[in-house]
Design a protein around this ligand. Structure first.
Ligand SMILES: Cc1ncc(COP(=O)(O)O)c(C=O)c1O
Length: 441
């Protein structure tokens, strides 16, 4: 039987040049392990764990079976004034791998929801402590915190906020931590901890007592993997403490073994007050996110409300969806039983060796990396972002999927990727990034 041509008119694709996509569709129809296949059956290696979600690789039967069983047992349960046992089980499991002290967990369905939830929790906490004047947030240039209105306000990427400034809230930004002198630094740059003093400066300008929280990604992922300079996160922690400001780590990308430890917070030895996670929480299989907070933060909010009403006027229809909980528990089982965080850590050297072998190619301006995440900055093209988009499409044609942001590629394969597979992915990068003629793009 002849297959009908796919009608692509009706789906408005997110973060996509829809016109270009329609002219040259790049479709995934099937996935297994670290491989995708197009509808025509062409193999595409997955160099981005989907979108940094599928840490354990695609098509994990354990997750599929847990989801199937949960759908038949309890397909949906409301979580306003009701609950399902499985969400408590998941929160307890998470508190076992989270940094010590962060053991109260609020669930959502996306990283963006987690970020906006975290902002509201910070405001509620300060109000509970009699400091309702703390309404301002600090984040960082080049930061990405999702696309809801709170996250858009925190955003430090100009394209993500420029058109929406009329609906953003009060956020002031620190500088990003990248500098030209750091080019081709593998791991954490030695210099740059002093950039955390931007928080101190903002306290001088705005009054530290007006700031509710400072949000950072421990490794700025979406911009193209900017690794924090040694001592930077520690210094942020100290300045935040001095001024009573909550420190929030957005670990939507860095959570679940990407850096070697369960969370980047543990890897870098700095404990935030609030931590957001999503993506690999369910290995990407079912949308889910979470916000973990210190015990005393939840306690303060709960204790502050005496009336019979919810202490936090916030929640989603799909908060702690039982099917997502089942997917998350199955994912955590895989991470534990397969020792996946340790595996990612053990693979990191080979991975970074492969990434840094691309150093002398015509299109490579900078390389950065830590654990199992790396950034490949392309030499600038005529218009910012055009070369990144072109290279991303060329790589797909050659059989590799990576994420491009502007002119940076984010190469972050699943933690289960073998050395041979990393080699095959890097060979495709070498082939495309070595092309001199792209210089004119
Ligand atoms: C650090 C960070 N925060 C938040 C988000 C938003 O997550 P989502 O796309 O699930 O809303 C992302 C997505 O990449 C992210 O990297």
């Amino acid at each position: 039987m002849d297959q009908q041509p796919l009608n692509m008119d009706h789906h408005w694709l997110p973060f996509t040049n829809n016109k270009l996509f329609h002219a040259e569709p790049q479709l995934f129809a099937k996935a297994s392990g670290v491989r995708y296949w197009t509808p025509e059956g062409r193999e595409i290696l997955d160099g981005a764990s989907g979108l940094f979600c599928c840490a354990a690789g695609h098509g994990r039967r354990e997750i599929a079976e847990a989801v199937h069983a949960q759908l038949l047992e309890l397909d949906y349960s409301p979580h306003f004034q009701r609950a399902a046992p499985i969400s408590f089980e998941l929160a307890e499991r998470l508190s076992g791998i989270l940094p010590k002290g962060l053991d109260r967990v609020f669930f959502g369905s996306s990283g963006s929801e987690a970020v906006d939830t975290a902002m509201k929790i910070c405001l509620a906490y300060h109000r509970a402590k009699g400091e309702a004047q703390r309404t301002r947030f600090v984040s960082r240039a080049w930061g990405y915190h999702g696309v809801n209105l709170g996250g858009t306000s925190l955003a430090g990427m100009v394209g993500n906020r420029r058109e929406f400034s009329s609906v953003t809230c009060d956020v002031v930004h620190m500088r990003h931590t990248w500098s030209d002198e750091q080019r081709f630094t593998r791991g954490q740059p030695d210099d740059g901890a002093w950039l955390a003093d931007d928080l101190e400066e903002l306290c001088k300008t705005y009054g530290g007592e007006t700031i509710a929280a400072v949000f950072v990604e421990p490794i700025a992922g979406s911009i193209g993997t900017i690794v924090p300079p040694k001592g930077y996160l520690q210094r942020l922690r100290a300045i935040a403490d001095k001024h009573g400001i909550l420190l929030v780590f957005d670990e939507v990308i860095t959570g679940f073994g990407r850096t070697g430890a369960a969370f980047a917070s543990q890897e870098f030895g700095v404990t935030p007050d609030v931590l957001t996670m999503a993506k690999a929480l369910t290995n990407g299989a079912i949308p889910m996110s979470a916000v973990a907070v210190k015990t005393e933060i939840q306690q303060a909010v709960i204790d502050s409300i005496k009336a019979d009403r919810p202490e936090l006027m916030h929640g989603y229809t799909y908060s702690a969806h039982p099917v997502a909980c089942a997917a998350a528990l199955a994912s955590l089982n895989i991470y534990r039983d397969d020792g996946l965080f340790a595996r990612g850590q053990a693979m990191s050297d080979a991975f970074l060796d492969a990434v840094f072998s691309l150093r002398n190619l015509a299109q490579v301006h900078d390389l950065r990396g830590y654990g199992m995440i790396s950034g490949i900055q392309l030499t600038p093209g005529k218009t910012p972002g055009e070369k990144g988009s072109l290279v991303q499409r060329l790589l797909f044609k050659e059989g590799l999927h990576v994420k491009a942001t502007g002119d940076a590629l984010i190469f972050a394969p699943a933690l289960v990727t073998t050395e041979d597979e990393i080699g095959a992915m890097t060979d495709i990068l070498r082939k495309v990034l070595g092309r001199g003629e792209l210089m004119a793009a």
